[in-house]
Design a protein around this ligand. Structure first.
Ligand SMILES: [Zn+2]
Length: 566
């Protein structure tokens, strides 16, 4: 038996988790958290679609929470195997998983306070700091390029994926009716990224499981991001505002510090105060310096000269709450804070203090998933609710795509192009459906390979090899139904949080207008989606023909009844 089940990261960019069964061996590749809208986040609380006790090995591609965030839950629910990853990723997880446990506890407390007031029952956190700490004992750090044989069925090697510090591509050789090679890209980075090395080239695979976050987008040209960043900083300073940057604590923040340092050095921006206001970003920056094996030549050369590009005089690291609060009073500064999609952490305070100010700029430098506050801002929301308060959006909202740590459309194609022997099957994951479909079409025409896009919880048999994969009917139906259900869950969750904050806070006119707008939106959505809803039962029930026969029978019965009555 050789099968692969997509427990997350399928037709979405978060919750990466693949369950691979090789004969009697059961392994996982990543165990990530779902992030974004409420419907997606609810998946974190479901039972795992496998028995955690039976998993022998977990291969972790990198430390980002959407790839590692459910590891504490996995261990809490019985996993006792080995977690293989790079040493840098293992170190990053020592910071990130307990931090995530802390966020889970805080969120549960916030939800439970609301529940208690409404007389509803309380729910425990997804996992706690303690659970996260307990999970760390299962991590086994390995070096890049080291070939490790775990059993006669399983051999693996981690190569650099060039995405963030410690990120890896997984090459996995399995023996089940012959030897086959899987390659999981995890998140694939870009060439010539600052600080870290370029993605390694892979020359052959039977099955390539590849991310395609930017399957339909091309990033701005290299060098362009520095020019754009300087433009945003200089124009905001001229207006006397702040530049608020929601940034991922791991990777993006360090890249930003590196570039700001260069821009100040070259005189392209004035030496403005820069606040790095995220305890995790601060800890991570310190940890970066300890993993020189991950650095590119330029970074190594700097360090050899005794310079550290991640520290400069204008950079203020503010770990304490008091230091963070003091930033509320600053003008003409850059504030880099997490979370990168604005749904947690100190960034929410900085948004509250800057969104309403027309002189300030909110600069996005990372991917904003559907359903997040960051995405709503980017899509032009005029009002947002923060800490139960309705905030008018008057600041300049802008983004620079070139900061992405993900390969774009052309870079993905270029990377696949370097395979000497094309994979017999490419499976696209970690992207929203449109991006995946676009990439699938391009790969199919360019390389004449089979490309498949699996759905959430779909399980596919990898035998026999080289055949065209297609979803079962049940999966197609479930996928459509899930889309419609997700949309409604999002709308209702959105509306209920607005309503709760309206009822709990001052009942001001602005919030009432926001409520009315939201209701109007739901009404329009209802109108538009009625057709989709009507076709839903058809997906599961008898065929159209059977239904027509059935309704004819009914009509006949009605007529018969009519005759009897007359
Ligand atoms: Zn990532």
């Amino acid at each position: 038996m050789l099968s692969l089940k997509f427990c997350g990261g399928a037709r979405t960019v978060t919750g990466s988790c693949f369950f691979l069964q090789v004969g009697q061996k059961k392994v996982l590749i990543d165990c990530g958290m779902f992030q974004g809208g409420k419907a997606l986040r609810m998946r974190n609380f479901l039972d795992f679609p496998f028995n955690p006790e039976e998993i022998e090995y977990l291969f972790l591609t990198h430390a980002h929470i959407d790839h590692s965030g459910l590891i504490p839950k996995l261990v809490k629910e019985g996993f006792r195997g080995d977690i293989y990853t790079t040493r840098a990723t293992a170190d990053l997880c020592r910071i990130m998983l307990p931090d995530s446990g802390h966020i889970q506890e805080a969120e549960a407390e916030w939800e439970n306070r609301k529940a208690r007031r409404a007389g509803l029952s309380e729910t425990p956190p997804l996992y706690t700091v303690e659970d996260a700490l307990a999970s760390l004992q299962y991590f086994r750090g390995v070096n890049y390029d080291e070939i490790v044989t775990l059993s006669p069925e399983l051999t693996f090697r981690l190569q650099n994926s060039g995405h963030i510090l410690g990120s890896a591509l997984l090459e996995l050789w399995v023996t089940e009716e012959g030897r086959k090679k899987f390659v999981f890209t995890g998140d694939l980075g870009r060439e010539r990224q600052f600080i870290i090395c370029d993605p390694d080239v892979i020359e052959e695979a039977d099955f390539l499981i590849m991310e395609a976050t930017y399957g339909q987008r091309v990033h701005e040209a290299e060098g362009e991001k520095e020019r754009l960043l300087a433009e945003v900083i200089n124009s905001t300073l001229k207006r006397g505002g702040n530049i608020v940057v929601p940034s991922f604590a791991v990777g993006r923040t360090q890249e930003l510090i590196y570039i700001l340092n260069r821009l100040i050095d070259r005189g392209e921006i004035p030496p403005l105060p820069v606040y790095i206001d995220s305890p995790m970003a601060i800890k991570t920056t310190d940890l970066f310096i300890r993993h020189k094996e991950c650095f590119d030549l330029e970074m190594r050369a700097c360090l050899a000269r005794g310079e550290c590009p991640l520290h400069f005089p204008e950079a203020n690291f503010t770990p304490t709450v008091q230091e963070s609060r003091a930033i509320n009073e600053v003008h003409g500064a850059m504030i880099i804070s997490a979370s990168g999609m604005c749904d947690a952490g100190r960034i929410k305070h900085h948004l509250k203090h800057n969104l309403w100010r027309p002189e300030s700029t909110i600069l996005f430098v990372g991917y904003q998933a559907e359903g997040t506050l960051g995405r709503r801002l980017l899509e032009g929301a005029r009002h947002v609710t923060l800490f139960g308060e309705d905030i008018a959006v008057r600041a300049r909202i802008t983004s620079i795509q070139g900061f992405s740590a993900h390969a774009d459309r052309d870079e993905l194609l270029k990377w696949v192009g370097k395979f000497k022997q094309k994979p017999s099957q490419i499976i696209l994951v970690h992207g929203e459906t449109e991006a995946l479909e676009n990439m699938a079409a391009l790969l199919g025409t360019k390389f004449q390979v089979h490309v498949y896009i699996p759905s959430y919880l779909e399980e596919i048999s990898m035998m026999p090899m080289g055949r065209e994969l297609e979803p079962s009917e049940e999966f197609s139906a479930r996928f459509k139904a899930q889309q419609i259900i997700n949309m409604w869950e999002e709308s209702i969750a959105d509306f209920s949080s607005l309503l709760f904050s309206y009822l709990e806070e001052e009942k001001d006119l602005d919030s009432l207008v926001a409520l009315e707008e939201r209701l109007g939106f739901i009404a329009r959505q209802l109108e538009q989606e009625t057709r989709g809803l009507k076709s839903l039962p058809l997906l599961f029930g008898p065929s159209r023909k059977e239904r027509e026969e059935y309704s004819l029978e009914e009509e006949n019965e009605q007529e018969n009844l009519g005759e009897e009555a007359s």
